[in-house]
Design a protein around this ligand. Sequence first.
Ligand code: MG
Length: 258
Amino acid sequence: MRIIRVRHKGQAFYASIVSPESVRPLNRDNGQSEEIPLAELELLSLVRPSKIVCVGLNYLDHARELGLAVPEEPVLFLKPPSAVIGAGDAIILPASSGQVDYEAELALVMGRTARFISEDDAARHIFGYTCANDVTARDLQKKDGQWTRAKGFDTFCPVGPWVETDPGDLGSLTLRTVVNGEVRQEGSTAEMIFPPHLLVSYISNIMTLLPGDVILTGTPAGIGPLAAGDEVSVEIDRVGFLLNPVISQALGDPTNVQ
Ligand code: MG
């Protein structure tokens, strides 16, 4: 099932996509379940997380391309909720960075509060799966020595376009980044070091995961830069296709070199 978040007649709710033209509401108080035409709906941001927990170096091929040792435990960092944008929204290249990279990632969206969850119990706490782009100012990541600024700019967390509740085997998904129609990054979740259910368990033993929280599970080999005017998509088989244009920060900024 593919799920989006919408507003209809002043009420915000999740709905399943039943055709290219219509959706069916989920969990509405009034119990209505009739189809609603997409034309009558306002599309809302897919997720409103309290936090976005990200995993660094979670693919063997990516660790190899960076010449780094394979981590013994998941390497975690956070992106701020204010970085989230949806499908079609613009990624804005900040004037303070000279190299902004794409990173295609499988994202998990939490459905239930999770605290001290075992790996076996992870699945029932996950709402579903979606595409994410862990946009990163690579030069600032190296300069700062930690990642808050490099990963935290507004628009640096495209997520969407829908939540897929049942993508099948999580260990055999192909991820791609396509820039201006050209495949730039391709990998498989088979290369993941710490798989999704282990990550949910590991993170839930550190911090409480709330419904709507998002986990970015790391990127495969093949990261590379974006430029103003690009169109970048993250494509994951059986999950979705997330397209975003790339623009530079406000014209007229004298520090803007894009
Ligand atoms: Mg990443």
